[in-house]
Design a protein around this ligand. Sequence first.
Ligand code: SF4
Length: 324
Amino acid sequence: MTSFEIPIVVVSKCLGFDACRYNGEMLHDAVLEKLADYVRIITTCPEVEIGLGTPRDPIRIVEEGQQGLKLIQPATSKDVTGDMNRFSTDFLGSLSEVDGFILKSRSPSCALKDAKVFTGVEKAPVKGKGPGLFGFAVLEKYGHLAVEDEGRLKNYSIREHFLIKLFTLARFRQLKKASSHKALVEFQSQNKYLFMAYHQIQQKKLGKIIANLEQNSIKEVYRSYEQGLYELLERPATGQSNINVLFHILGYFKHSISAKEKAFFLSLIEKYRGMKVPLSSPLGVLKAWAVRFDNEYLMKQSYFEPYPEALVELLDSGKGRDLS
Ligand code: SF4
């Protein structure tokens, strides 16, 4: 059984941890409820932290003319922009270790991209959408980590990418503590096909950093590798790059399987290409062959299980297919 490092995730407190919404309610989120058994969660409610209390009059983001974004409570005319910015800087600066964030969508404080921006304090039209003030600070400081809102995580593909990134970064964070060259070589080797699916050029770049022809210090090697890893995991693997990797792995068995088995596998790849089956279908066949032919190198590949299997949930909202 694969063992996983426990990721550290900062979560908006109203997503199942406290009835701290402006109206005194708490939300329930199925993804977070399941994830909670596999990660360490740090919760925060920025609006409560800056002293607004619960329940409270709602706040909104306002941009009047060229004055920049402000966070205003219309019922009291209170401007809490400075308080929210100070809290964000202090809280994010206090995190010694973190791998990801799950924040509440549409909130003027926590949203990552879809909080309403109003043109005035009272009865003014909406001029667009953007991150909340705390969400903006998270993206500025930690945008390279696994960062999503609970709404987008209802989409299967977005959730898959988030979980892969989260568990890969958590493992690297642990690795960094020992700063061993041997452990880094092993990490790169076990992630070979996952990284190939994500970004083949970047995967080779990471290999060169480990080869360390410039004879940099181990600290410098880890620093460059970490930067390269963030770039590799920035965007999800595409269907075509997954197909390339499936063919690479098939190569291990070309002299061991029958013509019928090969034809069956190729038909599965075509079904995956046509989005008739998930990636787990052809992957399951390859994993079974790795076990049958006792290929230890392949059995250790994170590509077969990049995060705990219990978190695989095929349900999909069908919304938020934009992976950008
Ligand atoms: S969205 Fe953020 S600020 Fe609003 S209640 Fe939830 S945790 Fe608090």
